[in-house]
Design a protein around this ligand. Structure first.
Ligand SMILES: [Zn+2]
Length: 348
């Protein structure tokens, strides 16, 4: 039995040479140390060993076991180190290679346009107020002088929700919401999303952004002259417009009402396809707040007076960026959006 053990040991050590491969090592491990390996077999046959020799044989088995386990551990460690060495020498890091470029995102052009607009109005002392998208009939229509059978109500196709609520068709509800809660003097701009039943097209979208603004104070303090001053200043600052004109118009919530045109930026007034050969481009609608609107928020029109204006942010964006199709702003095609990287960081 001892000779047999000595034989097992010798053979195993011979197989576990310095250049033994992973497979060879594993074979020896299974053959000698495995569950049905040679050493297990010896232990099973221990009964054949005379009593007095059993402790010596047992010790020898354990000794061989420890010796082989230690040898295997050394060889495996060596193989691991060699594998690491190999992968390091093969996969060398070339620090001169150019890195992967991570594309930097930026603010969506519409948000950027809106930010610029707000910046200009804030610079003139206006305060920004956010108001709600889901409105009731009173704040979206009635208080703005669209009475129940007012023909102007037909001008807008509205998304109605369950229970009579609706999606606001303009940001003019902001005037009502703010004036209901606060007392003049007020100089406020209300940006926000609006919704109308329009098909998405070159010039229209069922969802769009508007900027509403208004200024109210005691009668005589805010006049049509202030309206013209503020909006002329805005148009010059935002578009670098060379000339503006106010044209009489009609809105239910202002009286008198006007539209502001600027001299066409493309042809400088000479006439081109964009300005339909008029030399002028429409920018926004405005007017003196209608006495009916002031009464709706419990302001006495004999005491207070003010002006209001509103403009479409996407439409203004089209003019500012020289983009011909409003749909581009909503499709979020990176090929389009990424064309305005200079818009990030506020550079103009
Ligand atoms: Zn033109």
């Amino acid at each position: 039995m001892r000779d047999q053990l000595e034989e097992i040991r010798k053979r195993a050590i011979a197989d576990l040479g310095d250049d033994a491969t992973e497979t060879q090592i594993e074979n020896v491990r299974v053959r000698v140390l495995g569950r049905s390996g040679e050493l297990t077999e010896i232990m099973r046959r221990m009964r054949e060993v005379p009593n007095e020799e059993r402790p010596v044989v047992g010790q020898l088995v354990n000794q061989i076991k420890r010796e082989l386990e230690a040898r295997i551990a050394v060889l495996q460690e060596k193989l691991k180190a060699a594998a690491l060495e190999k992968s390091l020498s093969e996969a060398q890091l070339d620090v001169t290679l150019s890195g992967m470029k991570i594309r930097r995102g930026h603010v969506h052009p519409i948000h950027q346009i809106l930010e610029w607009m707000l910046e200009i109005f804030v610079g003139m002392g206006f305060e920004v107020a956010m108001t709600q998208d889901v409105e009731d009939d009173f704040h979206n229509f009635e208080a703005l002088n669209f009475t129940a059978h007012h023909p102007a109500r037909e001008m807008q196709d509205t998304f109605y929700l369950d229970g009579g609520a609706l999606l606001r068709t303009h940001t003019s509800n902001g005037q009502i919401r703010v004036m209901e809660k606060r007392q003049p003097p007020l100089a406020i701009v209300c940006p926000g999303r609006c919704f109308r039943r329009d098909e998405l097209s070159v010039r229209a979208s069922p969802m769009f952004t508007q900027l509403e603004g208004f200024m109210v104070d005691r009668r005589g303090k805010i006049t049509m002259a202030h309206l013209k001053g503020v909006l002329t200043e805005f148009t010059k600052a935002f578009f670098a417009a060379t000339a503006v004109r106010f044209r009489a118009s009609y809105f239910p919530f202002t009286e008198p009402s006007a539209e502001l045109d600027m001299r066409c930026l493309l042809c400088n007034g000479a006439g081109c396809a964009v300005c339909k050969h008029s030399g002028w481009t429409e920018v926004l609608g405005c007017g003196m707040i209608h006495p009916g609107v002031l009464r709706a928020v419990h302001y006495d029109p004999a005491e207070y007076q003010g002006f209001a204006f509103g403009m479409g942010v996407e439409r203004t964006g089209l003019l500012k960026l020289g983009v011909g199709d409003m749909r581009l702003f909503f499709e979020n095609d990176q090929r389009f959006i990424a064309q305005f990287p200079e818009l990030s960081g506020g550079a103009r």
